[in-house]
Design a protein around this ligand. Sequence first.
Ligand SMILES: NC(=O)c1ccc[n+]([C@@H]2O[C@H](COP(=O)([O-])OP(=O)(O)OC[C@H]3O[C@@H](n4cnc5c(N)ncnc54)[C@H](OP(=O)(O)O)[C@@H]3O)[C@@H](O)[C@H]2O)c1
Length: 221
Amino acid sequence: MNIGILGTGNLAVTLGRAWAPAGDPLLVTGRDPARARRAADQIGPAAEAVDPAGFAGRADVVVVAVAWSGLEDAVSLIGGTRGTLAGTTVIDCTNPVDFATGEVLPRSGSAAEVVALAAPGAHVVKALHLFAGASWPYAGPAETAPVVAISGDDQGALDLTAVLIGKLGARTAVVGGLAGSRQLEEAAGFVTRVVAAGHNPRFAVPDVDPALVAAARAAKD
Ligand SMILES: NC(=O)c1ccc[n+]([C@@H]2O[C@H](COP(=O)([O-])OP(=O)(O)OC[C@H]3O[C@@H](n4cnc5c(N)ncnc54)[C@H](OP(=O)(O)O)[C@@H]3O)[C@@H](O)[C@H]2O)c1
């Protein structure tokens, strides 16, 4: 599976490095070819810097790792606005958050929905925005593996995203459709505000009775 990474910054490199050992080819692109080459070099031999024009045609899945302010430009750069991503799973990792205040910047909707609007026909999934790229790969005990909450409307795209999250050593929780993505993005704002208040957000959510979780799982299965 060719994993296309749109973006050449920190998240692009950290995710690329975490996926590289699984052996999938990694295609890296961005608006600056030199930065794409540098990111590919930093990821290692599994990665190749690719021209934006040919990127979408070669990627089996596209991981969007760009700044919120450049999101629509970046989708346009790879032809998404012209339909090059139609039918492709597109994983949006963007945090549309003012990290100084924790405010989510779009007045309504979400970055993931911005991607879906900009890229007609793309199967967009919101995922991997909440954990720092440096969290991956997780190599600890399975029972304490991070749970990555994701949302999206296409079952195949959700399944593919879960496979990629599994390759990072994490678990996946599908929490809703794309229209619910703002809640996931608000979670990043919430985390920012808890940290700013001087606390570890790990302790800002309840530790739910495992019996309740098991019952929910049984009902789902
Ligand atoms: N870093 C993490 O651990 C992490 C974790 C989860 C989510 N995220 C989210 O992932 C996204 C990327 O984060 P990052 O840490 O990788 O940021 P970063 O290192 O600053 O990289 C930002 C990337 O966005 C690109 N970009 C900005 N404006 C653009 C435009 N108009 N057109 C095309 N590309 C543009 C940059 O290209 P240039 O290099 O050419 O400027 C660069 O490749 C952000 O939304 C962030 O909130 C980051």
